[in-house]
Design a protein around this ligand. Structure first.
Ligand code: ADP
Ligand code: MG
Length: 447
């Protein structure tokens, strides 16, 4: 990869991540080399490397891919020259490593309650976050939010911070990642400023620690975290914690910390469902439309994306960003064709490999018929219809050709498969039961 390409990537990252994130985290990266799909960057501190990898890794890999670089993994290294200086003091990191400084991680201005789309999978977490953001007496402490990558944990935490700051500007709200907590702690130890450190953390009104799974296994950090935690709880201060899994499932976490974490309210963010993904897409499109006036999204595109991209919301957003950028560049409407052209790699990557056999099994279970009857020669309606449904789903959800599908249905001809697929396409429009069944089956298969 040339420095030119990296420069282009930097430019898009600046747009995608915002100026704050960019100057804090991306600017300090120094591209070193790319070999065997691994892009190596020099960073001033391991902390920055870890943070970037955790928070922006996907984006960076994605943007590199956009520039035609096939990067599978990122690696961050602290050059030896930087390692020997104990105090990493390059400008962009100065504000995070300074223990006297109360500021935590920068809050993303876009992560507010207004921009958070609520659906079944996240309604509980959202309600709990709202409650905490209302201020008032502390009812559950801590609030423990957990869920997989890109499901909105950080978004909700920032939203709480924004809301609290809006309502009560005098409140001392400190938001930081667990790694930052650790980093500050270690720096304080090294610089013999433990008193300051303790005082700083004991003086906040609301403490938010994101991705707390990071301190698991880091004994002294856990210890300090535990003390901070207890001091704040005793002082009736609100604590909000997030992690990628439930407290009970975080390995190498001390039992006493685990049980303390569990004694508040523990809520999880479930993986997104189709409706939530569609809702999020719709709300993002509104935002994009303001940015790209005159760009229309054809009917069906958002539904298609909500169906096809079942991974995290970050991926969903990335896809949309790319779609708008691409469409505005070529001056075309965002329709299905353009979507497929523009996002073929994302679509392929998020394709869960559903097999024809799985489809047959699910469909026969759903209609309560034997697998052998679905595949066998019987032509009665009771078997023929589910068989056609399965053929239709196989065509839609796998990359098998019609003859290949025919072969898996007891050696049927490809024209039979085509007929079956067409039949279901028709029926889907006429018979809402069939449409519902298809939707249900598809979801079950995608899950
Ligand atoms: P996590 O911290 O759980 O890994 P984030 O909070 O960073 O996930 O969310 C990833 C991206 O998806 C962010 O840009 C966030 O704004 C967006 N996002 C996640 N859930 C929602 C939602 N329910 N509504 C709107 N945007 C969301
Ligand atoms: Mg997060």
């Amino acid at each position: 990869m040339t420095n030119d390409i990296w420069a282009k990537v930097l430019l898009t990252l600046k747009g995608a991540l915002g100026v704050n994130n960019y100057s804090n985290w991306i600017e300090p990266l120094e591209f070193a080399q790319l070999a065997d799909g691994v892009a190596v960057f020099h960073v001033p501190t391991n902390f920055i490397g870890n943070y970037v990898s955790q928070n922006f890794g996907d984006q960076i890999i994605y943007q590199l891919g956009q520039q035609g670089e096939d990067v599978q993994r990122l690696q961050f290294k602290v050059p030896v020259s930087a390692q020997v200086t104990l105090k990493p003091a390059p400008k962009p990191t100065a504000r995070i490593v300074n223990v006297d400084d109360i500021s935590g991680s920068p809050l993303d201005a876009r992560f507010t309650f207004d921009t958070f789309v609520v659906g079944k999978p996240n309604e509980l977490a959202h309600a709990a976050a709202r409650r905490v953001a209302d201020g008032g007496p502390v009812t559950f402490n801590p609030l423990f939010l957990y869920g997989g990558v890109g499901l909105g944990k950080t978004h909700l935490m920032h939203a709480i911070a924004h809301e609290l700051q809006r309502r009560s500007p005098e409140l001392n709200v400190l938001y930081l990642s667990a790694e930052q907590f650790m980093y500050r702690f270690i720096t304080a130890l090294r610089e013999r400023k433990m008193m300051d450190f303790k005082q700083l953390f004991r003086s906040v009104d609301v403490l938010m620690v994101d991705d707390v799974q990071f301190i698991a296994g880091k004994d002294s950090t856990q210890e300090e975290f535990f003390h901070t935690f207890n001091a704040l709880v005793d002082g009736q201060k609100q604590i909000i914690i997030s992690a990628d899994r439930a407290p009970g499932e975080i390995k190498d976490l001390e039992d006493r910390i685990r049980s303390r974490l569990q004694c508040g309210l523990v809520v999880d963010l479930h993986p997104t469902d189709y409706e939530l993904r569609l809702g999020i897409l719709q709300s993002k499109v509104d935002a994009f439309s303001a940015q790209y006036p005159g760009l229309a999204v054809a009917p069906g595109v958002l539904e298609f994306l909500a169906h096809r991209i079942s991974t995290n919301v970050r991926v969903l957003e990335g896809a949309l960003t790319r779609l708008f950028a691409f469409a505005s560049l070529v001056g075309r409407e965002i329709n299905l064709e353009l979507t497929q052209d523009c996002l073929s790699d994302v679509l392929k990557a998020s394709d869960r490999k559903v097999t024809v056999e799985e489809i047959q099994r699910k469909v026969s279970e759903h209609y309560n018929i034997r697998l052998s009857d679905m595949i066998g020669p019987k032509r009665v309606r009771n078997y023929a219809r589910p068989r056609q449904m399965a053929m239709y789903l196989a065509k839609q959800m796998t990359s098998r050709s019609l003859p290949e599908i025919g072969r898996r249905f007891g050696g049927r001809d490809h024209t039979t498969v085509m007929h079956g697929v067409r039949k279901i396409e028709e029926l889907k429009l006429l018979d809402s039961q069939i449409a519902d069944d298809l939707e249900l089956l598809r979801r079950a298969l995608e899950a």
